[in-house]
Write a protein that binds this ligand. Structure first.
Ligand code: C2E
Ligand code: MG
Ligand code: MG
Ligand code: MG
Length: 291
């Protein structure tokens, strides 16, 4: 520490910056080869219907199995992907693997949709619907097996293009979900104009549902709003039974969260499927039961 403190401040700063950008460059490089070598893996988190408990689908969440640093979450490397211009490579791979896995569990009798997250740049790419059609055909799935999760910000960037892309996807039967709903540039005008199927309430609302009366009021009105627009309402980030109950009572359609299941590697997902009852319904573990 003393040695550092003795050094000139500017010099120290430049040094740190250098090290930081060297590290970053190395990581970008590793990411480029990592994507090419198939080091990206998908974990899947189940989504259930609140009324019946039935499994409806799973969301694909990307991870990077780094040879030295271990399993990295999207927050650790998605910003790099964007900057390094690797978005298209990543999304093509995510889409292909997600649809391949979905086709496999459908063939095994697990009739679940798969949802993929799309970044803004993907959603503004007019070639996307054609790529999706191709990827679906490759594994013999119809568009109704796929859900795309988008964020509201994309409509601010380029409404005409995003609407064109989403419309072309929906023409194939693909469903469109607005992720992290309520945190972005939520505007009622968008809800009126855009081709959507589902609103996915951000987990900051879900998680304060229990504690805060204002949050509860917002959640209840959002559920009512989505229903009057013919949209399904999904709650993300459900971490306990109390919240699940409240959402069910409030008429929320679908739920996702650690309480139902953490995101799982594909093998563990199959094991989770096998815990469902004959109606493919999930049941909360009994209080006090062994885990
Ligand atoms: P998201 O799409 O909103 O995904 C939900 C995030 O919340 C996931 O984090 C998930 O692991 C986490 N989560 C799920 N249930 C709970 C819960 O009960 N409690 C808490 N505290 N967290 C929960 P993850 O996997 O780190 O993903 C972060 C974000 O990265 C995603 O947010 C999504 O925006 C982005 N992302 C993930 N995969 C992809 C991808 O393939 N492509 C793109 N473009 N973005 C992706
Ligand atoms: Mg999502
Ligand atoms: Mg979300
Ligand atoms: Mg999120």
């Amino acid at each position: 520490y003393r040695a550092k403190a003795d050094r000139c401040g500017t010099h120290l700063y430049a040094d740190d910056l250098d090290e930081h950008s060297r590290d970053r460059l190395r990581l970008v490089d590793e990411l480029r080869t990592g994507i090419a070598q198939g080091q990206l893996v998908l974990h899947y988190q189940p989504k259930i219907a609140l009324g019946s408990g039935r499994l409806t689908g799973v969301e694909a969440l990307v991870r990077w199995q780094h040879p030295v640093r271990g399993l990295l979450g999207p927050d650790a490397f998605l910003p790099l992907v964007q900057d390094a211009g690797l978005s298209a490579d990543l999304s093509a791979q995510v889409l292909r693997v997600a649809l391949r896995d979905c086709a496999a569990w459908r063939a095994a009798g697990w009739d679940a949709t798969v949802a993929v997250n799309l970044s803004t740049s993907e959603l503004l790419d007019l070639a996307l619907p054609q790529e999706v059609a191709h990827a679906l055909a490759e594994v013999g799935l119809s568009g109704s097996a796929l859900v795309v999760e988008i964020t509201e910000g994309v409509f601010m960037v380029d409404k005409a293009t995003s609407v064109a892309v989403l419309t072309a996807l929906r023409d194939q039967g693909v469903r469109v979900s607005v992720d992290d709903y309520g945190t972005g540039y939520s505007s009622l005008a968008y809800l009126r104009e855009l081709p959507l199927d589902e609103l996915k309430l951000d987990r900051s609302f879900t998680q304060n549902l229990d504690a805060d009366a204002r949050t509860a009021a917002i959640v209840e009105s959002t559920i009512a709003l989505s229903h009057s627009l013919g949209l399904a309402m999904v709650a993300e980030g459900v971490e306990n039974d109390a919240v699940l109950d409240r959402l069910r009572t409030a008429g929320c359609d679908l739920a996702q969260g650690y309480h139902v299941s953490r995101p799982l590697p594909v093998d563990a997902l199959r094991a989770w499927f096998a815990t469902l009852d004959a109606d493919r319904a999930w049941h909360a573990p009994q209080a006090g039961a062994e885990v």
